[in-house]
Design a protein around this ligand. Structure first.
Ligand code: NAD
Ligand code: UGA
Length: 313
């Protein structure tokens, strides 16, 4: 059975494709090597995949490639391609977000309409909720993003719903909550933090460190993605969180214990676009997608710490 993964050279896309291959799917992966971070990381993410004869890689831009052709015999589509950073989505950068997050999704959905795909699973984001004290964040709660990135992810989520409503295209959107683990993007906090810690360099800490995230381990996200593909319903949105909320400072202390090192923190003011707290209500994902996050923050951070020490440079 053929499966299409967009954004396959990225952090989450590469983990997902490896899991799909281990479950005997044939995987076609597309990625354009967007310059949101250096290409060498993405090339490395593809390492094991490229050795597998059941994997086909296309270096293509979703805005240019013939999507109808690509979707022709795909059973499932996992749409992960995007420009993903929160804090960098202001100003001139927004054009990248509009094109790669909104336009690319609309083109994919248009092509999907003509296909016989069983499910398009879209990688949405907790950033669609914005800053709220109404915790845990519920799928049916308010969506008021506070970053242009969040606006772009919400717009694409709405498009997924529209194409289901208007054309019966079976889409499901999953709101991921701050994902971490081996291969985490180099612009994300744990990557920056652990890299600086191993080099004994200063770590930039935004805000007071008491901001919290429902950090989610990458393998749990992959399980949620697979659960959404085989879920018989469509036109719905689900949170995928890690199941525990931690402050950034608490996570720092856990890594200090794991590594036996002390972080040199340098504080900066809260960044525009950052939310103060995230916490996911997981009842719907648990009930309908059988999503039950397995990896504790201690275990996941330990995996990422071991990975980062093997990174060159
Ligand atoms: P990533 O940047 O590592 O992966 C995304 C990949 O998409 C990149 O390799 C990029 O080159 C590719 N891409 C972007 N635009 C493209 C285009 N037009 N055509 C082809 N390829 C294109 O990011 P990630 O952290 O793995 O995130 C994957 C998805 O999950 C994104 O949609 C992101 O918004 C979403 N998400 C991520 C997190 C997180 O914590 N990492 C949380 C919530 C949502
Ligand atoms: C993450 C992803 O980067 C987004 O792609 C995703 O959509 C979002 O999660 C989500 O949940 O939807 P974010 O929570 O900002 O965004 O993740 P990190 O970059 O790992 O930041 C976590 C916290 O660390 C934030 O409070 C941030 O301000 C802080 N931080 C980040 C620092 O203190 N220092 C840094 O150098 C970077």
């Amino acid at each position: 059975m053929k499966v299409l993964v967009t954004g396959v050279a990225g952090f989450i896309g590469s983990h997902l494709a490896e899991k799909l291959l281990s479950e005997k799917y044939d995987v076609v992966g597309v990625d354009k090597f967007l310059d949101n971070y250096p290409r060498r990381f993405k090339q490395k993410n593809l390492g094991a995949l490229l050795k597998n004869p059941k994997f086909k890689f296309l270096e293509e831009d979703l805005l240019q490639v013939n999507l109808r052709e690509l979707l022709k015999d795909a059973s499932y589509v996992f749409h992960l391609a995007a420009q993903p950073g929160v804090r960098s989505s202001w100003g001139d950068e927004f054009i990248q977000y509009s094109q790669n997050n909104i336009m690319a999704t609309q083109l994919l959905l248009e092509a999907g309409k003509e296909s016989r795909v069983k499910k398009i699973v879209y990688a949405s984001s907790s950033s669609v909720y914005g800053d709220t004290n109404d915790l845990p964040m519920r799928e049916e709660g308010n969506t008021r993003p506070v970053s242009p990135y969040g606006v772009s992810k919400l717009a694409a989520e709405h498009l997924c719903y529209l194409y289901w409503k208007a054309y019966g295209l079976p889409t499901v959107s999953l709101r991921f909550f701050t994902v971490y683990g081996p291969r985490q993007r180099p612009d994300m906090f744990f990557h920056i933090f652990m890299d600086r810690l191993r080099k004994n360099e200063e770590v930039p800490l935004y805000d007071d460190g008491e901001q919290t995230r429902d950090f989610t381990y990458c393998a749990d996200i992959v399980d949620g993605l697979l659960g959404a593909a085989v879920y018989p319903g469509a036109g719905e949105v689900f949170n995928l969180g890690g199941g525990t909320e931690s402050s950034v400072l608490n996570a720092i202390h856990i890594v200090e214990k794991i590594s036996g090192r002390k972080a040199k923190l340098k504080t900066f003011e809260r960044q525009k676009g950052d939310v103060r707290h995230t916490r996911a209500r997981l009842d719907a994902a648990a009930e309908k997608l059988r999503y039950h996050p397995q990896v504790s923050l201690e275990e996941g951070l330990s995996q990422q710490w071991h990975w980062i020490q093997r990174l060159d440079g």
